[in-house]
Design a protein around this ligand. Structure first.
Ligand SMILES: O=P(O)(O)OC[C@H]1O[C@H](OP(=O)(O)OP(=O)(O)O)[C@H](O)[C@@H]1O
Ligand SMILES: O=c1cc[nH]c(=O)[nH]1
Ligand SMILES: [Mg+2]
Length: 212
C-alpha cells in the first residue's frame, strides 16, 4: 500500500479547527467537506482518463474525460458520509456505493451491517471514504470486501490516521495484487487504550451526527 500524507498548510489549518473540541457540529461538517475536497485533488491524481477530441473557438485539440466504467466512491457509514459531498464535487460523474461498518467499542473489531454496492466491481477504480483510520480493522475489512467483488484499484481517503492502523492495513492487504493507496491529511502520534487516535479529534461520527 502506498501512503501519501497530504502535507499542506491549508489542510493543517483546517485540521486544527476540526480537532478543537470547541468546534460545533455545523462547523465540523463544513471543515470535513472542505478537507476532503483538498484531499481529493491528491487522491485522484491517477484517476483513469480517456483522450477525446474537441474544438475550441480557435482550433481542434485533444482533451481527456473520465474513463468508463466510472470510478466508484464508497463512503463507510456512518462517518464516511460526512466526506461524500466534498468528494462528489471533484468527481461529479462518479457512482456511489455504500458500505456500513461499525467498530465494536470493546473488542475494537469491525462488523459489516450494510452493503449497497454493485454486485460486480470488475476492473473498477474505487475511492473509499472514512475520516478515521485508527486500529485499521475497518479499512482493512472494507478493502477486502471491495477486492472480493473485483475492484482492481483502491484509494482510501482519510482525514487522520494512526501509525498502528497504517501498519495493520499494510500487513493485511499485502497479498492483494491490485494497487492500494492511502491518502491522509495527517499521521497522528498513536492510539490510546480505547483505540482512539491521539491527539485525533474524538469520535468522528458523533461529532458529525451526534451521539447515538
Ligand atoms: O480503524 P478502526 O479502529 O476500525 O476505527 C475507525 C472506524 O471507527 C469509526 O467508525 P465507527 O465504528 O465509530 O462507526 P460510525 O461511523 O457509525 O461512528 C470511524 O469512522 C472508522 O470507520
Ligand atoms: O479516534 C477515533 C477512533 C475511531 N473512531 C473515531 O471516530 N475516532
Ligand atoms: Mg463512531
Amino acid at each position: 500500500m502506498r501512503v501519501h500524507v497530504a502535507d499542506h498548510p491549508l489542510i493543517a489549518h483546517k485540521l486544527t479547527y476540526l480537532r478543537d473540541k470547541r468546534t460545533d457540529t455545523p462547523t465540523f461538517r463544513r471543515l470535513a467537506d472542505e478537507l476532503v475536497t483538498l484531499l481529493a485533488y491528491e487522491a485522484t491524481r491517477e484517476v483513469r482518463v480517456t483522450p477525446f477530441n474537441i474544438e475550441t473557438p480557435v482550433a481542434p485539440t485533444q482533451g481527456i474525460h473520465l474513463s468508463s466504467p466510472k470510478p466508484l466512491v464508497v463512503p463507510i457509514l456512518r462517518a464516511g458520509l460526512g466526506m461524500l459531498d466534498g468528494m462528489m464535487k471533484m468527481l461529479p460523474t462518479a457512482e456511489v456505493g455504500f458500505l456500513g461498518l461499525e467498530r465494536n467499542e470493546e473488542t475494537l473489531e469491525a462488523r459489516t451491517y450494510a452493503n449497497r454496492l454493485p454486485e460486480d466491481l470488475d476492473k473498477r477504480q474505487c475511492y473509499v471514504l472514512d475520516p478515521m483510520l485508527a486500529t485499521g480493522g475497518t479499512l482493512s475489512a472494507a478493502i477486502r470486501f471491495l477486492v472480493d467483488l473485483g475492484a482492481d484499484d483502491i484509494t482510501a481517503v482519510v482525514l487522520l490516521a494512526a501509525p498502528e492502523g497504517i501498519e495493520r492495513v499494510q500487513r493485511e492487504v499485502a497479498d492483494i495484487g491490485a494497487p492500494i493507496t492511502l491518502v491522509t491529511g495527517a499521521i497522528d502520534e498513536r492510539l490510546n487504550d480505547k483505540g482512539y487516535i491521539v491527539p485525533g479529534l474524538g469520535d468522528a461520527g458523533d461529532r458529525l451526527y451526534g451521539v447515538v
